[in-house]
Design a protein around this ligand. Structure first.
Ligand SMILES: [Zn+2]
Length: 112
């Protein structure tokens, strides 16, 4: 079972987005994708880079390309899942075994 999963809200605790955001807290975002083999995750709005793509005209007359911001993967060790009960980055623990295995917040002991 992974510490961070797709659709989780995570907070950046390390790296360039750690000191940004509101009230000096790290940036938060929704996990779009996890790359377990690389120990990385793609997080919405975090670690954005600007890309210059060729401008193309689609069949509907719309334009694509130009300057676009895209997310780059961040290290899983640099993010923590946010516990919905505590509303803060949570250390996670695991209870149970196999199919009954649950991920819990170490602070409030809630499943999430
Ligand atoms: Zn909690």
């Amino acid at each position: 079972m992974e510490r961070v999963r797709r659709e989780d809200t995570v907070q950046v605790i390390n790296g360039k987005d750690a000191s940004g955001g509101h009230h000096g807290k790290g940036k938060r975002g929704r996990v779009i994708r996890v790359y377990p083999d690389r120990g990385m995750a793609l997080v919405e709005g975090v670690n954005m880079v600007v890309r210059h793509e060729p401008v193309q005209r689609g069949s509907d007359g719309g334009r694509t390309g130009g300057i676009q911001s895209v997310e780059m993967p961040v290290r899983l060790s640099n993010v923590m899942p946010v516990c919905p009960s505590c509303d803060r980055p949570a250390r996670v623990g695991f209870h149970g075994e196999g199919a009954a295995k649950r991920r819990v917040c170490k602070k409030c002991d809630d499943d999430f």
